[in-house]
Design a protein around this ligand. Structure first.
Ligand code: FDA
Ligand code: NAD
Length: 434
């Protein structure tokens, strides 16, 4: 079987891969030095679009509209861009074996790719209900959303099941964004999740109360404190109902499941040091093996601001870690040191006409401020997280770009808080005074 060699190989063709390619090009690259190997059939794109604009009933986002790096206000890297730069895009190619000792990757078709330096950016995959043995979970029209092909299948089902019933299993990012997207497509939506409130990974009860109220006002039904234990289907194998642990049965033409992600690192089991479910790296995204870097969702890296190793499953870090790794690779070649990665966690989401941003860490006591009444015509509210007398995290719904910059600054500077009640009264004014 053919064997090919590249100076640099990026394994995985998602967000991090695209931003890494742009950084390589920026720092100078000779044609033929870099290859991106991706299971997906398309060039790197901004994955967040799949659960938002891609699902709009009108004016939906489609490629080439959201190739990287448009999501951060940068140039759109069309497939021609890679050709011009002499970067090889090896698409529709899944690597099934990685031998880091011999610096080779082997695809399912048996092709061998050799590298001098490897960047692992395989991202995450979805946790499936069939992984927990949920009965009937393989029925047709039960969807997960990770890649563009999943989104295309979902769009086809939305069109086929016009005005039908949709059940969303999971109350995290996918649950909240897809619940809204399906409602906007005029489906009758019910959401089911086990926790007492949505997005417990980040939201406090006060934050969640706003979103649950807002969704209810849009006509979305929310069933909490239970899980899906089985699915019924018709003679075509299409899902017809979701059976819940509490005995309830929900009719369904479409089911979307968002019960979490899992970093794709099994190719490297036993070859690389792992930590907290990811590949352990240093501040330059170097792994435990020389010339192998890991970025994006798969990397567990030193989060300097909090003094601990963390893994982050969000797009801003995918972009920035990729750029840092490429800078580190090039600086090692030129023996010109660069700064350590000093990341401020930043997450965001958009659904309906809502839009929130969060910076920092969600630990410690919380202070809710502003108008979080879901029936309000112009809700604007936020939350500060306070640990050891300092603000360590800030959440804001409906912030202007200036206000979002302010809360980012607060989370970075971690100002001391003298009086919590005063902070509640001050709200955003506290951030403006920093
Ligand atoms: P990413 O998942 O982007 O790319 C991994 C790539 O590797 C894929 O192309 C995959 O096919 C490929 N691959 C994996 N294994 C392979 C193999 N063995 N061989 C070949 N190729 C392989 N974040 C945020 O901050 N705000 C948001 O609004 C959203 N919205 C959002 C929506 C949806 C639907 C999803 C799924 C995710 C988000 N995210 C998000 C999360 C964000 O998209 C995510 O953190 C980044 O895409 C991670 O970038 P990576 O490059 O690490 O992985
Ligand atoms: P998540 O971890 O955000 O949410 C998982 C949710 O699944 C939990 O909150 C819980 O409510 C629910 N759950 C767990 N087990 C369940 C069960 N048996 N039955 C019903 N519900 C159950 O994960 P996700 O929403 O699936 O997102 C997957 C990945 O995509 C994550 O990496 C996420 O960061 C990423 N993503 C991010 C964004 C964003 O940042 N805006 C948007 C979409 C996806």
């Amino acid at each position: 079987m053919a064997e090919r060699h590249f100076k640099y190989v990026i394994l995985g063709g998602g967000v991090a891969a695209g931003y890494a390619a742009r950084e390589f090009a920026k720092l100078g690259l000779n044609p033929g030095e870099l290859a991106i190997i991706s299971k997906e059939a398309v060039a790197p794109y901004e994955r967040p679009a799949l659960s938002k604009g891609y699902l709009f009933p009108q004016g939906a986002a489609r490629l080439p509209g959201f190739y990287v790096c448009v999501g951060s206000g940068g140039e759109r890297l069309l497939p021609e861009w890679y050709t011009e730069k002499g970067i090889e895009l090896i698409l529709g190619t899944e690597i099934e074996k990685a031998d880091l000792g011999s610096k080779s990757l082997i695809s399912t078709a048996g092709e061998i790719f050799k590298y001098d330096t490897l960047i692992i950016s395989t991202g995450s995959t979805v946790v499936k209900l069939s992984d927990f043995g949920v009965q009937g979970a393989d029925a047709k029209n039960i969807f997960y959303l990770r890649e563009i092909e999943d989104a295309d299948n979902l769009v086809a089902a939305i069109q086929a099941k016009k005005d039908g019933k949709a059940v969303i299993v999971g109350g995290g990012y996918i649950g909240l964004e897809l619940g809204a997207a399906l409602k906007v497509n005029n489906l009758d939506v019910t959401m089911v999740y086990p926790e007492p409130w949505c997005m417990p990974r980040l939201f406090t009860a006060g934050i969640a109360a706003f979103y649950e109220g807002y969704y209810a006002n849009k006509g979305i039904k929310i069933v909490k404190g239970t899980v899906a234990v089985g699915f019924d289907s018709d003679t075509n194998g299409e899902v017809t109902a979701v059976r819940l642990k509490d005995g309830r049965v929900l009719e369904a033409d479409i089911v979307v499941v968002g019960v979490g992600g899992r970093p794709l690192i099994s190719l490297f089991k036993g070859q690389l040091e792992e930590e907290k479910g990811g590949i352990k790296t240093d501040s330059f995204f170097r792994t435990s093996i020389p010339d192998v870097y890991a970025v994006g969702d798969v990397a567990t890296f030193p989060l300097k601001l909090f003094g601990e190793q963390r893994r982050v499953e969000h797009v801003d870090h995918a972009r920035k870690s990729a750029e840092q790794a490429v800078k580190a690779i090039r600086s090692a070649e030129q023996d010109a040191p660069i700064e350590e990665y000093d990341y401020l966690p930043y997450f965001y989401s958009r659904a309906f006409d809502l839009s929130w941003q969060f910076y920092g860490d969600n630990v410690g006591d919380t202070v809710l401020f502003g108008d979080n009444d879901p029936t309000s015509t112009s809700p604007k509210f936020g939350t500060y997280w306070i640990k050891d007398g300092k603000v360590v995290g800030v959440f804001l719904e409906h912030g202007t770009p200036e206000e979002n910059s302010l809360i980012a600054k607060v989370a970075r500077l971690q100002p001391a808080v003298q009086d919590i009640q005063q902070l509640e009264k001050q709200g955003l004014a506290f951030a403006s005074d920093i």
